[in-house]
Design a protein around this ligand. Structure first.
Ligand SMILES: C[S@@+](CC[C@H](N)C(=O)[O-])C[C@H]1O[C@@H](n2cnc3c(N)ncnc32)[C@H](O)[C@@H]1O
Length: 244
């Protein structure tokens, strides 16, 4: 069930009502709802709060504060992704089946590729749209088509992709939940929307989409989804399994 959307002040009322309507929930000015699970619209943007999340901050997608930091911090990850994509003369058409916080999609876009990104969660989709609308760099999103959809239902429309990219959720251990409050928040959002993850099933469906290659991100020690993989690109904590 989608929680209520609380707005900070009257000035946000009509925007809040519009978003709440699309999400299928109510918009309310009642700040007493703020200690329960809720969405919140203020001048800072649209955010999500869950009282049981370890992070006491609201979960808000902000492409501005990370914009200089995200590439530097992820330089190693970027190297791995480049290796996984391989050399190409022209921009690739990539289907990111698991949009999440769009971090990997941002890397693809920054490398000049064209991305269709799919996110199954309605809440996350609206948080992303809000983050994109507040981004100071709109140009990076020119080659992005973000859709609210389960990737398994997109298969029949998926045409002419060079790369299918799949980065499913995996069970959060205490260690990685703590190190990534954001992933914990995504897990909470999926719980609230009763969205169950079935990565093995999704992999089997997505593998049928015609493309030059499929890249699957996995924790370094996790088993591969299939023994038919062609090669792997190894990082310290994650790896990419490549299926051609
Ligand atoms: C581990 S996160 C992906 C993180 C993302 N790669 C990033 O860089 O921010 C997995 C995300 O994929 C979404 N997801 C999982 N299975 C999906 C599916 N079959 N279709 C669409 N979205 C899916 C989840 O809701 C979650 O937001």
């Amino acid at each position: 069930m989608i929680p209520p959307l609380v707005y900070a002040a009257g000035i946000q009322q009509s925007l809040a009502e519009g978003i709440a309507n699309k999400l299928g929930t109510i918009a309310s000015p009642n700040q007493e709802l703020n200690h329960l699970t809720h969405l919140y619209l203020s001048e800072a943007g649209l955010s999500f709060f869950h009282p049981e999340a370890r992070s006491t901050n609201q979960f808000l997608i902000d492409f501005n504060s990370g914009s200089t930091g995200w590439r530097i911090k992820r330089a190693n990850h970027e190297k791995l992704i480049k290796k996984a994509l391989g050399r190409s003369e022209k921009p690739l058409k990539i289907l990111d089946c698991t949009a999440g916080m769009l971090q990997d999609t941002l890397l693809f876009l920054s490398l000049g590729h064209q991305v269709t990104a799919l996110e199954q969660s309605k809440i996350l989709f609206y948080l992303l749209q809000d983050g994109i609308s507040r981004s100071e760099d709109q140009s990076i999103f020119n080659q992005l088509d973000l859709k609210h959809m389960n990737a398994c239902s997109y298969g029949s429309q998926a045409k002419n992709f060079d790369v299918i990219y799949f980065d499913p959720m995996y069970p959060l251990s205490k260690k990685n939940a703590l190190s990534s409050g954001k992933l914990e928040y995504i897990a909470k959002i999926l719980e609230v929307e009763s969205l169950k993850n079935n990565p093995m099933h999704d992999f089997e469906v997505l593998q049928l989409i015609p493309a030059k290659k499929m890249i699957v991100k996995r924790p370094i020690k996790a088993e591969s989804f299939s023994s038919q993989l062609n090669y792997q690109v190894m990082g310290k904590t994650t790896r990419f399994d490549i299926y051609i």
